[in-house]
Design a protein around this ligand. Sequence first.
Ligand code: ADP
Ligand code: ADP
Ligand code: MG
Length: 447
Amino acid sequence: MKKFKKVLIANRGEIAIRILRSCRELGIETVAVYSTADENSLHVKLADESVCIGPAKSALSYLNMHAILSAAEITGADAIHPGYGFLSENDEFAKLCEKCSITFIGPNIDCLQAMGDKIESKKIAKNADVPTLEPIYVNELTDEKILKAVKEMGLPVLIKASSGGGGRGMKRIDDIDKLLNTIEVLKQESQLAFGDDTLFIEKYISNPRHVEVQILADKHGKVLHLGERDCTIQRRFQKILEESPSPVISDKTREEMFEASIRLARTVKYDSVGTVEYLYDLDEAKFYFMEMNTRIQVEHPVTEQRCGIDLISEQIKVAAGEKLELEQKDIVFRGHVIECRINAEDPVTSMPSPGLITHYHRPGGIGIRVDDFIYTGYNVSPHYDSMISKIIIFADTREKCIARALRALDETVVGGLKTNIDLHRKILKNKHFAENSFNTNFLSEKC
Ligand code: ADP
Ligand code: ADP
Ligand code: MG
C-alpha cells in the first residue's frame, strides 16, 4: 500500500495548521507554502519545511499553480493537500498534479468537474433521485423566455452563478423589473470572479434551513455518511455558526437525507471527503439538493467532535488508496456540537477589520476545541479571508452547549482588533435561537 512520505499544504491560516496536525500524527512530513505577507505565520513555523510562493496577492501565490507545483517538486512532496477555498475545487490544478505524478488530496478529477458546476451537479442529483429545485437555464434563453419562465415560477427567485461559491455570485429577485438588468450585472461579475458567466435561476425558498451531510468515501467503492450539520445561521449567504445535530429535521428526514447523499456519492463514484448541501423547506418539510462541495469544509470539526473521527486523516489515507476500515454501524454520534467562526470584522459594517493583535487569549476547559492560527503580536493581513479562529464547543445537550459556548466566548480576548465575538454572543442569547424557531434570515430579521 502506497503511503505518503511528504505532503505539501497549499493553503494558509487555520486549515493549513489543521492539515499539518493530521500529517504529523500519521508520520508524514510537511511542506508549508506561503506568500510574502505570511512570512510570520504559524503554519510556516510549524511545518518541517517551507517555501515562499509569491507576493501577498492570492492570484500570484496561493492560486499560483506553477509556483506551488515547483515547490512540491523541489521539496520532493508526493502529495498536495489544497485545504478549502483557493485551489481546492480546481480540476485544472488536479490535472496538473496528476501530470507531475503528485497526488491531489481530494476526489478524482471527474468528480471535481461534475460537481464543481452547480448546473451539472443538479442534473446528476436529479438523475440519482435526489430532490432538486427545477432551474431556469438563463444563458440558453432569450430575454422574453426568461421573463416568462420566471413569471411562471413565481417571485421571489434566486439568480445563481453556476461556478459561484463562498456565498458570492447570488442575487435574490423580488421585482420582475429588476430581473434582466441584474442578470447582466451578475454575468459580468461572475465572469470576472469565476471565469464563467453561466447563470441559472431557481425558486427562492422563503423559510429554509441549511442542512448538509458529510460524506466519506474511498477508492474501493465504500461510501459512508458522518451525519449532518445545520448551517442556517448565515449572513449574505455565508455561514457564521454551525451545529450538529440539526435540531429541526425529523429522524425520518435525516435518514432520507443520508440515503440521498450516499446515492449521489455512489453515482459519481466519489472517493474522498465531501459535503452534500440541502435546503430544508420548513413550510413543506421537504429538502432540496443545493450543491456538493468536493473538499474538506470549514465546519468539518463539528462532525469530528460528534463522531470522534479525524476527517483529514481519513481524507489523506483514502487519497493514498487505503481502504476505509470504518463501517457505517461503527459510526456513533454523541451529544451536541456548535462552531463559532470568529472573524476580524467591524461589528457595524461587518467589513473585514485587519491589523495587529495586541493581546490574544483563547478559551479552554471541558468541551472546547479551538482551531486558529493567530497569536499575540500577529498582524492579520488584509489580503485574505477575515476568519481568524474557530471555537468548537461540545456538550451533552443543545442547551448545555449554548451555555458552554457563551462561557467560552467570555474567556476569549482578541485585543487590538474588531471581531464578531459580540455577534456570536447575541446569537447564542437570542430567544429564537434557543427555541430553535428561525431560518436562514435569522440575522437580518431576528437578531
Ligand atoms: P455557495 O456555493 O456560495 O455556498 P449555495 O448554493 O450553497 O452557494 O448557497 C448558499 C446559501 O444561499 C445557502 O446556504 C442558502 O442559505 C442560500 N440559498 C441558496 N439557494 C437558495 C434558494 N433556492 N432559496 C433560498 N435560499 C437559498
Ligand atoms: P464551507 O462550505 O467549507 O463552510 P465556505 O463557503 O465558507 O465553505 O467557504 C470556505 C472558504 O472558501 C471561504 O474562505 C470562501 O471565501 C472560499 N470559497 C468557497 N468557494 C469558493 C469559490 N468557488 N471561489 C473562491 N473562494 C471560495
Ligand atoms: Mg454552499
